[in-house]
Ligand binder design. Structure first.
Ligand code: PLP
Length: 387
């Protein structure tokens, strides 16, 4: 029988949306394919169960190696949204904290997976400080230090910003948190595999990564919990994942995540070659009608966030046949809160696009995308001038 659903036409589109989600590496697909046939429950004490458990525990070793921690400090979960919720609510809901008003610190450029649970805690009566950023999207560590008070319990920050690509000074902030005896959580979904770090270089107590940002599957992630740090679980049940994440683990997803981490360890950080070629080509032709955003030095090597003067970013991408984002993939606010925090006007925000390259973006792809974007830009500019 012929399927009714047809794939969306995408042959002539160039994919520059790796920050929204990456394609899976073929080696990840192969490892997952092998695990799909497992029938045992990873907790069962027979050979079928042990086969599934072995895949999960092997993956835990691979994730731990990539993050520079012990396997016993890794908890598997459904992704970064769950991990951030687990840390933030897990701190607030801990029985020892009941009856206290707690203070949390984050930033105005953090992901909704962090800001939404924090806003929820605010509704329960807790206090939250969202630190402002400069025009490059960076937090000031000294400002953070001044915000720490007697009831501050957790600082939770994004490492590599998903939308504009700015990398935060988390080594310094980790140090401040440790001195002040405040817990420190890092959302490393975007920085992992792109810039070098370990859980110790950031002095993180908690840190999370997501499979689908690192050429692994969607629907799986890992949360690092430093030895001795306590969280109340979000999911109470059979006590899987050291009691922190009940529910039968998915060996095929976890094995895919482990393989993706093995490849990160093997290949090292991503090169910025394609991204730079893209910017070179764009800026050469369009001059000061395009502006590159974010920080010139502290930046993810794969992100080119550009403001195109006087055009609409969404129309530009559609006309150029470039699969990329205006704003983050995960929210649809009129003006992105991240760009707003960086001081963008509504018009600047409307003309801004996030082009994010990845492991499979060649310099030729980048140059070809730049050409399409230039042509589309000239065409939209002519239209606007004729109005
Ligand atoms: C994608 C992303 C998330 C959400 O991850 P999911 O695994 O899709 O829930 C959180 N934070 C950052 C920085 C991200 O890029």
């Amino acid at each position: 029988m012929k399927s009714e659903s047809r794939p969306i036409m995408q042959e002539h589109w160039i994919y520059l949306d790796y920050n929204a989600s990456t394609p899976m590496d073929p080696e990840v697909v192969e490892v997952m394919r092998q695990c799909l046939a497992f029938q045992g429950h990873p907790s069962s004490a027979h050979p079928h169960g042990r086969q599934a458990a072995a895949a999960v525990e092997h993956s835990r070793e691979l994730v731990a190696t990539a993050l520079g921690c012990e396997a016993s400090e890794i908890i598997f979960c459904s992704g970064s949204t769950e991990a951030s919720n687990q840390v933030i609510k897990g701190v607030a809901f801990h029985p020892e904290q009941q009856g206290r008003t707690l203070h949390f610190i984050s930033s105005e450029v953090d992901h909704a997976a962090t800001t939404a649970p924090l806003n929820f805690l605010k509704r329960l009566g807790h206090e939250v400080t969202f630190l402002p950023v400069d025009t490059t999207g960076r937090i000031d560590p000294q400002r953070l230090k001044e915000e720490i008070k007697e009831n501050t319990i957790l600082v939770t920050l994004i490492h590599g910003q998903n939308e504009v690509g700015t990398v935060q000074p988390l080594e310094e902030i980790g140090e401040i948190c440790r001195e002040s005896q405040v817990l420190f959580h890092v959302d490393a979904s975007q920085s992992f595999g792109k810039v070098p770090f370990t859980v110790d270089s950031l002095k993180a107590d908690f840190l999370n990564i997501a499979g689908h940002k690192i050429y692994g599957p969607k629907g799986v992630g890992a949360l690092y919990v430093r030895q001795g740090r306590e969280l109340e679980p979000l999911l109470h049940g059979g006590g899987h994942e050291a009691g922190l994440r009940s529910g039968t683990p998915a060996p095929q997803l976890i094995a895919g995540l482990g393989e993706a981490c093995r490849l990160v360890t093997k290949l090292g950080s991503l090169s910025g070659q394609a991204t730079e070629a893209l910017w070179q080509a764009l800026s050469q032709d369009l001059g000061d009608r395009v502006r590159r955003n974010g920080h010139p030095d502290y930046h993810l090597p794969n992100v080119l966030h550009v403001t195109f003067q006087g055009v609409n970013g969404r129309e530009l991408l559609n006309l150029a046949h470039v699969s990329a984002s205006t704003g983050a993939a995960c929210h649809s606010a009129a003006v992105s809160p991240v760009l707003k925090a960086m001081g963008f006007s509504a018009e600047e925000a409307a003309g801004s696009v996030r082009l994010s390259c990845g492991r499979y973006t060649s310099v030729e792809d980048a140059q070809s995308a730049a050409k399409s974007l230039q042509q589309a830009f000239e065409s939209l500019s002519r239209e606007a001038a004729a109005k």
